[in-house]
Design a protein around this ligand. Structure first.
Ligand SMILES: NC(=O)c1ccc[n+]([C@@H]2O[C@H](COP(=O)([O-])OP(=O)(O)OC[C@H]3O[C@@H](n4cnc5c(N)ncnc54)[C@H](OP(=O)(O)O)[C@@H]3O)[C@@H](O)[C@H]2O)c1
Length: 240
């Protein structure tokens, strides 16, 4: 058996309509998984790419996934949906704090919880959370994003401690600077864009596909003994 194959597995990817989520969905389908592309927007394009199916999930309600996993068997959960709000910390609003924490952290925890209730009963599963370089670094003008992504790294380790012996692998990926909507503002600013590129040892921005393939690995049998890891996929940024 190919230890990197996801054949026979069903994977649910949140925020799968675009960017990193879409690339993860596509990579998992190529690895043989049946993919449920979850989004608050239409995932029709991703469904066409993967031959999978669509599920509407809007984490404006962080508990939105509460009934998803009891309805059917799902082997792999990828918590990818996320938002970012930028403003100086002295001006940062409660609305921008709560909105980001709800989608990026509260929804991630309670979606993991809902998945685990079913996965523990069915003998196991795999969770891949999408963290960030700002799970390790402070960033600037993104206080709620940084707090949420430090939190994602923390709960990934906590849940791994609780569930590793029960057959659920909980891990995360910390993407570097990837060319998606999330980083459009950075790439549009020539000074910021150049400063970022100059620091990346690989000499290029990341592509969503770089994250997709890493997610397949963490969801595959090859990663059976990996628990609580936050894998940097950053072109070497954090090594610098
Ligand atoms: N790009 C990077 O450099 C980078 C680096 C580190 C970490 N990340 C993380 O990677 C993940 C994906 O980001 P991306 O770069 O692919 O950005 P993106 O293109 O902006 O994608 C974000 C995804 O999250 C979805 N989403 C946002 N709010 C949602 C909600 N309330 N309910 C359900 N889905 C929601 C979006 O749906 P809509 O399209 O409908 O808004 C979209 O599918 C995020 O967790 C982000 O923090 C990205």
């Amino acid at each position: 058996m190919n230890p990197f194959s996801l054949s026979g597995q069903t994977a649910l990817v949140t925020g799968a309509n675009t960017g990193i989520g879409q690339a993860i969905a596509a990579a998992m389908a190529r690895a043989g998984a049946h993919v449920i592309a979850a989004g608050r927007s239409s995932c029709a394009q991703t469904v066409a790419m993967t031959g999978g199916e669509e599920l509407r999930l809007d984490f404006a309600d962080p508990m939105a996934a509460r009934d998803v996993f009891s309805a059917r068997r799902i082997d792999i959960l990828v918590n990818n949906a996320g938002i970012i709000r930028r403003a100086d910390s002295v001006d940062f609003t409660e609305e921008d704090w709560d909105a980001v924490i709800d989608v990026n952290l509260k929804a991630v925890f309670f979606t993991c919880q809902a998945f685990a209730k079913a996965a523990l009963a069915q003998g196991g599963g795999k969770i891949v959370n999408i963290a960030s370089l700002l799970s390790f670094q402070g960033g600037i003008r993104v206080p709620s994003y940084t707090a949420s992504k430090h939190g994602v790294a923390g709960i990934t380790k906590l849940l791994a401690n609780e569930w590793a012996a029960k057959g659920i692998n909980v891990n995360a990926i910390a993407p570097g600077y990837i060319e998606t909507n999330n980083t459009e503002a950075l790439r549009a600013d020539p000074d910021r864009s150049k400063a970022i590129l100059d620091r990346i040892p690989a000499g290029r921005w990341g592509r969503a596909e770089d994250i997709g393939e890493a997610a397949v690995f963490l969801a595959s049998p090859a990663a059976a003994y990996i628990h609580g890891a936050v894998l940097n996929v950053d072109g070497g940024w954090l090594a610098r």
